[in-house]
Design a protein around this ligand. Structure first.
Ligand code: ATP
Ligand code: MG
Length: 412
């Protein structure tokens, strides 16, 4: 590489080989599970007006205040590369009149952008799979989404990851809890981290998931949401946990799980590797693989009607790390052109092989010996060689009896 060659942007990845196979496996599995649960598919713009995110996610959140890629376009509009899917989907729901489809079960996947400190499992361009149910107030929607997430992890073969579940209560419970947290943390304000001092009034819930030691010493005795839950909020949460129990989804109560974004109400959850598990080792410090919750207040923040909704998103890179490297599969058939006279026949033959659903590769360049070397090294299950012998076309097949018969049939 010359000094002149531009470098990739910090925090982006060029995913290739076994890692790219693992990435594709995650996406393919998500697509399969999405269909099992009958979630519809959407493709969303990669950028939106900045206010879509600042209003929906909340000005005081890390994502909006520190992590967004915002810029002015040539027309002078402030645009932002999406840092998450939910806000854009909510915008689309409102601007396209998707209310008519409510309750709308919808899923998507693609790249997202956050200006973060890059490290293992944390990038500036990363990818998520995302599932949302919009226009459903019932706890059964939360249960369905959580079952879907659980089944996805199961089908990916990921073990040692547990659902951590919390309720943030309804607006009333949350407001009271918030006020109690402010009073509690105010008393020790001077001893908190700078970040927490700053978010004390604006977003005190966030102090609960602070990783700073100065904050952590006060967390055990902080006011607990359970003491503020209204009866409605308790009933709602019980319906969610009863549903999970009925479905056989294992979960663990996580009282201080609040999630980073302002819009959550009631259910909030994360799937986190168990301490000491292989999954925890693989992920290092970036432990959460999938997170989400109920965001009943979000549509209103975008000027829409009150619309209950619940959703989750999972990092594809982090899931791919847990899935492990996946080998690029060997071809079913490799077609070797021994005599260049047979190139046309080879092209026709490989076309039939692929049309029959077998994966196939052509070896037609370099010396005959090189072509055979390539065929053997490729690990292909079957080799079909096309040659001319005494002026007549011949072919040879090196394969199991069943495969030989199958390929013979395709040639006739
Ligand atoms: P974290 O606490 O790790 O920063 P978060 O709460 O900001 O996560 P969400 O906004 O809930 O993350 O996104 C859901 C999932 O997307 C995360 O659980 C994680 O798997 C993935 N994710 C989030 N940010 C990144 C990133 N910068 N790089 C890779 N994956 C990410
Ligand atoms: Mg984050």
């Amino acid at each position: 590489m010359s000094k002149n060659t531009p470098k990739a942007i910090r925090g982006t990845q060029d995913i290739f080989g076994a890692e790219a196979e693992a990435f594709a496996f995650v996406v393919e599995t998500f697509e399969r599970v999405r269909k099992l649960y009958r979630f519809r598919r959407t493709e969303m713009p990669v950028f939106e007006r900045t206010e879509v995110f600042s209003r929906a996610i909340g000005e005081t959140t890390d994502v909006v205040s520190k992590e967004m890629y915002s810029f002015e376009d040539r027309g002078g509009d402030s645009l932002t590369l999406r840092p998450e899917f939910t806000a854009g989907i909510a915008r689309a729901f409102l601007t396209n009149g998707w209310q008519q489809h409510a309750p709308l079960k919808i899923g998507t996947h693609g790249p997202l952008f956050r200006y973060e400190r890059p490290q293992k499992g944390r990038y500036r361009q990363f990818h998520q799979i995302d599932a949302e149910i919009i226009g459903a107030a019932e706890p059964q929607a939360d249960v369905e989404l959580l079952c879907m997430a659980d089944q996805l992890l199961e089908e990916l073969g990921i073990e040692g990851v547990t659902l951590h579940l919390n309720t943030l209560g309804d607006a009333d419970s949350r407001d009271q809890w918030r006020a109690a947290l402010i009073t509690y943390f105010k008393a020790v304000e001077g001893q908190l981290s700078e970040d927490s001092q700053e978010r004390l009034e604006k977003n005190p819930l966030r102090i609960l998931d602070s990783k700073d030691r100065r904050d952590q010493q006060f967390l055990a005795d902080a006011p607990r949401i359970d003491d503020f839950l209204t009866e409605d909020a308790q009933t709602f949460f019980k319906a969610v946990t009863d549903g999970l129990d009925a479905a056989g989804v294992k979960w663990k109560r996580a009282e201080s799980l609040v999630r980073g974004l302002d819009y959550y109400r009631h259910t909030a959850f994360e799937f986190i590797p168990d301490e000491g598990s292989a999954a925890a080792d693989a992920l290092g410090a970036q432990s959460t693989v999938l997170g989400g919750g109920r965001y009943d207040g979000l549509m209103e923040s975008l000027g829409g009607p009150a619309t209950p909704a619940v959703g989750w998103a999972a990092g594809i890179e982090r899931l791919a790390m847990l899935v492990g490297d996946k080998h690029e599969p060997d071809a079913d058939v490799i077609v070797v052109v021994e005599d260049d006279e047979r190139i046309g026949d080879a092209i026709a033959a490989i076309g039939r092989v692929r049309a029959a659903g077998l994966t196939a590769e052509l070896a037609a360049s370099g010396s005959t010996r090189k072509r055979f070397d390539k065929a053997v090294k490729s690990g292909a299950k079957s080799i079909l060689a096309l040659d001319i012998c005494d002026g007549a076309p011949v072919h040879r097949i090196k394969a199991s009896d069943a495969d030989t018969a199958r390929i013979e049939a395709l040639l006739n």
